[in-house]
Every structure is written in structure tokens, then in C-alpha cells.
Design a protein around this ligand. Structure first.
Ligand SMILES: [Zn+2]
Length: 344
């Protein structure tokens, strides 16, 4: 293939670095300092393909304790499928570096970085980190995949979240990703997703697993999903990857604890439930005061609380509702079978 001066694409510029076509570069974007004044840069890896194409940003740990995305990015960057990439991959394993080193979802001032976008360069810590990350990295992207997990002590079934009915490009990315569930999720003000969507950048959030844990099924689903999106965007050749079924959920809501006590769950993540089915029991330690937790309706369990110690009103099971529940159940079954066969 000719790579002469007439066919060569321009260099990619990011955070003060220039990357030529065919080059791969690890760089540190200086954004914050520790109290000791030591710099704590955001690590970024850029692969600038020889051929033109989208600029895909894949980022993890915007919530500092959501570490599955860190491993997803590492594996993605070692994938041989990226050889001969068209377009540019900008991979950021850890956005919230301050939260990450403290095992915390939040910044040291307890702000949620994913509520700080677009941010302000003369603002508080969260506003500043958001503004600098946006200016140096996010604004360079044409497409974004943002990697998350459930909160502390909560696991999510692999799912893609986006606001449906806004743009076709995001929806096509979501369908290509092939997580068993696509959840229509309203935008949260100040989130990276809201900022990107407001600028017309196709964006989706991948949610899988639990904070501060590596979940193999969540990580492998994430890597394969991103590669499928890259195939769809023609950044890597079509072919060897299997497609996977997804079903769009109408919405999801948490079933909450009916009383204070100790939870004994009766169902697993990914299970199909029917109205009135007992999802778990919450009891006093001796078990004399016990309450059932019934399912309010049909659906699939897409989120679950793993900490048995619960207070009344606490979120226990997140149940997604579907128009075609049978199809949703098969998408989850197919996903779990593929996982067991090592196909994901
Ligand atoms: Zn998150």
C-alpha cells in the first residue's frame, strides 16, 4: 500500500504531542498534582492509523473505583486486531487518577467527576479536571465509549447505556457492541455522555461488573464489544468477530429493601423474573423478623446488591423491563453460553 506524501494523512495532535500516521505513542497528560505538589498525570495511549477514519476515545475509571475499564483498555491495546488500524484510537485507562489512587469513586473533595463536565479551567478541582480533560482529550474525539461498573457492592449485568432516539450513530454503536442489554438512559447533567451528546459526538456508556473488582465476564464482554464497534466504524477489518444479540430495555427500576436487616438473595444477575416472584428475604440476625422482597413485574435482573447488610429503602435488585422479554432472555442466555465457551 502506498504511504507516499500524497496519500498520507495528517499528523494527530493531542495535548501538545504530534503523532504521525502509523505511529503509536504513550503520553502523560499533566492535569493535577498531589498535595505534595508531585504531578499526577492522566496516562493516554494513542494509535494513529495510516489510513483515515474516526477518532475513537475509549476511557475508563472516570469513577476512580470502577476498575474493570482499566483492564478492558489494557487488553484492547494488546489486541492484534489493532494492527493496520484505520482512524485513530485514543485510549485512556484512568481518567479520575486522584480517585483511583484512593480506591474512590470521587475526587478528594467528594465531587463526582462525571457530574463536572464541561468544567471550568479556573474552577474547583472537579471543574478543572473536567475542563482540562475535555480540552486536551475529549474534544479531539469523533466517537466515545465510556467504561463504567456498578457502584461499590453492586454488580451490573453487561449493558450499554445511551439516550435512544437522539442520533442513529450512537444507536448503531450500541447495537454493534453486542452487550445483552441496551438501556435507554436519560442524560445526567454534567456527565461526559451529556457533554459529548450535546456536541453531537456519538457516545455510549458500557456498564459491567462491580466497583473495585475485576469481573472476567465483564472485562471480556467489554473488549469484544469495543472491537465490534471498531469493526462497525470500519476502523478494523470485518470478519473474524462474532456478532451478538442485544435487546433494548424500556427502562429499569430498583426494588428496595422493605426493612432493615440482612439480605438473602434468591436470584442471580441476568435472571428473568415474574410479578410477585420472591427475589430475596431481609431478616433480623436471628430470623424472627423477616420480610420478602417481591418482584413488582416482569423483567431481567440487570443490577444486584452484593452487600447483605441493608437498610430499609436501599436498592437491592435493578429490574429492566422489555417489550420482548423472551428475546431479552435469549440475548442474556446466548451471552452466558458464549462466555462459558470462551467465545467472548
Ligand atoms: Zn461509573
Amino acid at each position: 500500500m502506498s504511504t507516499g506524501p500524497h496519500t498520507s494523512r495528517p499528523d494527530f495532535e493531542i495535548a501538545g504531542h504530534r503523532i504521525s500516521p502509523g505511529q503509536r505513542l504513550s503520553l502523560d497528560v499533566p492535569i493535577v498534582r498531589l498535595y505534595t505538589h508531585a504531578p499526577l498525570p492522566i496516562p493516554v495511549e494513542v494509535i494513529h492509523g495510516r489510513r483515515p477514519g474516526p477518532v475513537l476515545l475509549v476511557c475508563g475509571a472516570l469513577h476512580g473505583d470502577e476498575i474493570n475499564g482499566v483492564e478492558i483498555v489494557r487488553r484492547l491495546l494488546h489486541s492484534s486486531r489493532l494492527d493496520g488500524l484505520s482512524g485513530t484510537l485514543v485510549a485512556v485507562p484512568i481518567v479520575n487518577v486522584l480517585g483511583f489512587v484512593q480506591h474512590s469513586r470521587y475526587l478528594p473533595d467528594r465531587r463526582d467527576l462525571n457530574r463536572c463536565f464541561p468544567g471550568r479551567e479556573d474552577g474547583s478541582l472537579g471543574a478543572r479536571v473536567a475542563a482540562l480533560f475535555r480540552r486536551e482529550v475529549v474534544d479531539r474525539a469523533s466517537h466515545i465509549i465510556d467504561l463504567h461498573t456498578g457502584a461499590l457492592h453492586r454488580s451490573n449485568l453487561p449493558q450499554v447505556r445511551l439516550q435512544l432516539g437522539v442520533d442513529d450513530a450512537s444507536r448503531q454503536m450500541a447495537e454493534a457492541f453486542g452487550a445483552p442489554v441496551i438501556l435507554n438512559a436519560p442524560l445526567r447533567e454534567g456527565s461526559l455522555r451529556a457533554y459529548a451528546q450535546g456536541r453531537g459526538i456519538p457516545v455510549l456508556t458500557f456498564e459491567a461488573g462491580e466497583a473495585l473488582r475485576f469481573d472476567e465476564w465483564a472485562i471480556s464482554a467489554g473488549v469484544r464489544g469495543i472491537l465490534r464497534v471498531m469493526r462497525k466504524l470500519k476502523m478494523i477489518p470485518a470478519g473474524r468477530g462474532r456478532s451478538a444479540a442485544s435487546e433494548v430495555a424500556l427502562g429499569a427500576s430498583w426494588v428496595r429493601a422493605p426493612q432493615d436487616g440482612i439480605l438473602r438473595p434468591r436470584i442471580r444477575l441476568g435472571a428473568r423474573v415474574s410479578p410477585g416472584q420472591i427475589l430475596g428475604l431481609v431478616a433480623s440476625p436471628i430470623g424472627d423478623v423477616q420480610a420478602e422482597v417481591p418482584a413488582p413485574g416482569d423483567g431481567i435482573v440487570i443490577g444486584i446488591n452484593n452487600l447483605p447488610l441493608v437498610n430499609r429503602g436501599e436498592a437491592l435488585f435493578n429490574i429492566a423491563r422489555f417489550k420482548e422479554l423472551d428475546d431479552a432472555e435469549s440475548a442474556v442466555d446466548e451471552y452466558q453460553e458464549a462466555l462459558e465457551l470462551g467465545l467472548r
